[in-house]
Design a protein around this ligand. Structure first.
Ligand code: E4P
Length: 231
């Protein structure tokens, strides 16, 4: 499963892109509204940092407006994927933009029926919001399972993008269900790093190595010799 970061913060993208695990990013109007600076600059910077698909969302509610905004957003950067909200108008805009070769992320999809419609409209990504489903006591696992089963195997080119991830459990569930992509906030991506046995293991290895100071010297020498030979 490819990992995207869900954010409007350039600082967060800079931090997490450094780990080498990001394939793309998603923004939305709420996330960008929290940030200082011009949205176009932010979107372009995120595109450069992740060097992959970066969703930027339209806000018009009619198809023509969505298409106009989508074309303009896509011109910000070659990596921009146009996010259209699910609706009749969103489907029409998706069809028009995707027919012109502009990739679309159909967002706010909460059912397999909506996903089937988005796929037929040519969406490259279909975003299903797990956290918001769980918030209203609808089992997001079941909804995502139904979406993945309805669209697979090989019945459509659309990729299922699990979104609204609230905790690391959502990430594992999305991967096990076969979602091609998941987009997560920095907080969840950071939580995915942690395991108490990993930290304890690192501490133990370091402590044991320190009991043999001559080994530390040997390793330093090895590194220095290599550095000298490649200079
Ligand atoms: C997806 O692309 C959305 O930006 C996002 O995942 C929404 O998540 P939220 O429910 O945490 O706002």
């Amino acid at each position: 499963m490819k990992l995207f970061i869900d954010t409007g913060s350039v600082a967060e993208v800079e931090e997490i892109a450094g780990w080498g695990i990001l394939s793309g990013a998603t923004t939305n109007p709420s996330l960008l509204a929290k940030e200082q600076g011009e949205p176009g600059d932010i979107i372009r910077r995120i595109c450069d940092l992740v060097d992959g698909p970066t969703s930027a969302e339209v806000v018009s509610t009619d198809a023509a407006g969505m298409v106009a905004e989508g074309r303009a957003l896509h011109e910000l950067h070659e990596h921009v994927v146009v996010k259209t909200p699910f609706s009749k108008e969103g489907l029409a805009a998706c069809k028009e933009l995707s027919s012109d070769g502009i990739p679309v992320n159909m967002t706010l999809v909460f059912s397999a029926n909506q996903a089937l419609l988005a796929a037929e409209a040519g969406a490259t990504y279909i975003s299903c919001f797990m956290g918001r489903l769980d918030d209203i006591s609808i089992d997001s696992t079941e909804v995502v399972r139904e979406i993945v089963e309805a669209l697979r195997p090989g019945r459509t080119a659309s990729q299922v993008l699990a979104a609204s991830m609230r905790h690391p459990g959502h990430m594992v569930t999305a991967a096990r269900l076969g979602c091609e992509v998941s987009t997560a906030p920095a907080k969840v991506l950071r939580q995915m790093l942690d395991h108490p046995l990993t930290s304890a293991g690192i501490e133990r290895f370091a402590a044991d190595w320190k009991t043999r100071p001559e080994f530390a010297e040997w390793l330093r020498g090895l590194v220095d010799a290599r550095a000298a030979s490649v200079r």
